[in-house]
Ligand binder design. Structure first.
Ligand code: SAM
Length: 234
């Protein structure tokens, strides 16, 4: 079965995750919970792993969180993270089933995730937070960046559905694919704000909308502008 499959994981897919790794353990739990498409497990894991390598120990704010799997995976990967907020204007039923299944298997997650059913616009975070968002469609990714930038918090986004009409292409679509231009402008926006910007991709076979931007505000002792890290791989 392809990692990009939108078919729901169920108890029949438990056998697809036979290993001793944390990923396989999560795959089994999520399969038993029968509430998520396969793609979303692979996507959230690929992002969580890469973000965790760079940023740990911070409170997590998962914006446009959907089912909230990303926040839970970051907490699993990082026992030093104090907790997470999941923000979405709608909390899907899958979120309850998912949280219950994960907490049953990893009781240390109990009470660690707080939900806020509201719009992303106007959310306030602290400078020490880690703001994350997977597939905040179109301009919603820009609103996520607004939230992080307002507090100078670290941020990681995997954008999707870039709208050439509503997102800033910087005029670069004359030279490059317009959706790429939108993400390039986002990376440069963060860089211009004094962030270290690390550009990565999650594997194509999970999703073609796979550009991951991880950005951390430069400290007072760091150079004002750090070079983007080109195409860093897993
Ligand atoms: C494509 S889903 C992504 C969900 C999740 N991050 C994931 O990776 O599966 C986009 C999410 O954004 C939420 N959303 C859309 N507009 C929003 C807004 N203005 N404020 C808060 N949430 C919003 C939707 O309810 C939906 O859950």
């Amino acid at each position: 079965m392809k990692p990009s499959s939108r078919a729901r994981l169920t108890r029949f897919t438990v056998a697809d995750f036979p290993g001793d790794t944390l990923f396989d353990a999560v795959g089994r739990v999520v399969s038993e919970a029968a509430c998520l498409p396969r793609k979303e497990l692979f996507e959230a894991w690929a992002v969580a792993k890469r973000v965790h390598r760079r940023l740990a120990g911070r409170p997590i704010v998962d914006l446009a969180a959907g089912h909230g799997l990303l926040a839970h995976l970051l907490l699993l990967l990082d026992p030093t993270a104090p907790g997470a907020r999941c923000v979405d204007r709608r909390r899907p039923q899958s979120a309850d089933a998912l949280e219950a299944a994960l907490v049953a298997r990893w009781p240390r997650l109990a009470g660690k995730v707080r939900w806020e059913v509201r719009d992303v616009a106007g959310v306030e975070v602290d400078p020490g937070d880690l703001v994350v968002s997977v597939h905040a469609c179109g301009v919603l990714t820009d609103r996520v960046l607004d939230v992080a930038l307002a507090a100078r918090a670290a941020v990681a986004v995997l954008p999707c559905c870039q709208s050439l009409a509503r997102c800033d292409t910087g005029g670069l679509e004359v030279w490059m694919d317009g959706r790429l231009a939108v993400d390039a402008v986002r990376a440069l926006r963060l860089r211009a704000a004094g962030y270290h910007v690390h550009l990565q991709r999650i594997p194509d076979e999970i999703t073609p909308q796979n550009r991951l931007i991880v950005a951390t505000p430069a400290g007072p002792q760091a150079a004002a502008v750090a070079p983007c890290t080109p195409g860093e791989e897993p």
